[in-house]
Design a protein around this ligand. Structure first.
Ligand code: ADP
Ligand code: MG
Length: 324
């Protein structure tokens, strides 16, 4: 199969977004927008760095690559509309596997009424999938990390550490309880798109998605908002069978593990009920995990109140690609 028949095989024949003027098939795509703000994110997914064929099937690679991008749109408060895919393909990937990568994306594309409107195809030694997503948010309505203030409630969606637990199971086969659940959380994460839509009436809300661990994401909110964030160990949500793993791994995965693609956010107390209502109407778990205080120094950003009463500084120790 050559580049052109490949592009033809992944091309959508109809588009769901009415704003598409030109999809795949010319030098660039065109869509028309007048009143809303346009939100764009890109995430790259490289074999040997982000995944291996031992832990991810082709379908999951596509699914996971688009889901990670959708999570960034969710964290901006945006509604997804389009995606573009640049793919670098080694010879040892079959056309069936490539098709499965796109199937993994298409299933999410369909769920969120997104259209694939372009991309690029090259050959290379490692499989690389780089997805760009485009979404909309009402004019001025994007959710930033810099809007946390003294007295806000800190919340998180879902449960933390499950993706790393799934990754651990895939790399260390053994006897685990609820294996399929943890593996699915690793391979097929869920972006909290519907939940964020239900937060549209919040007047001030900061959001960040958990791609690198809550320690890192909460620190980003605290730094950008110039505040302190206090988190309580006993309130950090974990799934029911998470405690089967060694305590040191639980700790590491919960705070620094990442890739759960849940959302951490802050909200003024008087709007907490909107967030609670959004969680109920979209059927997701929501936990209050701490609160925001005014900054008294710029060095310590996030504090973890341990079960035993001690308070620790939670460093931004999530995965950091350029750290040497
Ligand atoms: P050009 O040479 O003008 O950049 P290409 O031949 O690379 O165009 O691509 C032709 C069309 O196919 C364009 O609309 C492009 O966006 C789309 N396309 C190419 N590769 C991909 C891909 N991997 N996924 C989705 N669309 C693609
Ligand atoms: Mg061209």
């Amino acid at each position: 199969m050559d580049e052109f028949s490949f592009i033809n095989s992944i091309k959508q024949h109809t588009y769901q977004q009415s704003s598409v003027v030109k999809g795949i098939g010319d030098d660039a795509a065109v869509f028309r927008q007048s009143s809303q703000d346009i939100v764009i994110a890109k995430d790259m997914f490289v074999e040997g760095v982000h995944f291996s064929r031992q832990t991810m099937e082709a379908y999951h690679i596509g699914y996971r690559a688009l889901a990670a991008n959708l999570s960034d749109l969710a964290a901006m408060g945006a509604t997804p509309a389009f995606y573009l895919v640049a793919i670098a393909i080694p010879d040892n990937w079959s056309s069936l596997e490539l098709d499965q990568i796109y199937q993994g994306m298409k299933v999410l594309g369909k769920k969120y009424k997104m259209d694939l409107i372009g991309g690029d195809t090259v050959s290379s030694s490692e499989l690389t999938v780089s997805v760009t997503v485009i979404g909309y948010v009402g004019s001025g309505g994007a959710r930033y990390r810099n809007s946390a203030q003294d007295g806000d409630i800190v919340f998180v969606t879902g449960t933390l550490g499950d993706s790393q637990a799934g990754f651990h199971i895939l790399n260390n086969p053994g006897n685990y309880k609820n294996e399929a659940y943890f593996i699915k959380r690793h391979r097929m994460p869920t972006a909290r798109i519907e939940f964020v839509k239900a937060l549209k009436d919040c007047t001030r809300l900061s959001l960040n998605d958990i791609s690198d661990g809550i320690a890192s994401e909460a620190t980003e909110i605290a730094e950008d908002s110039d505040v302190h964030i206090h988190l309580y160990e006993e309130q950090i949500p974990v799934s029911k069978l998470f405690t089967q793993f060694p305590p040191n791994l639980q700790h590491k995965w919960k705070y620094f593990g990442g890739e759960d693609f849940e959302l951490v956010g802050t909200i003024p107390k008087n709007e907490w009920s909107i967030v609670q209502q959004a969680a109920i109407s979209t059927n997701i778990r929501l936990s209050q995990i701490g609160y925001v205080t005014a900054a008294s120094n710029v060095k310590d950003r996030v504090f973890l109140h341990r079960r035993n009463g001690t308070i620790e500084r939670l460093d931004k120790k999530g995965f950091n690609h350029l750290r040497r």
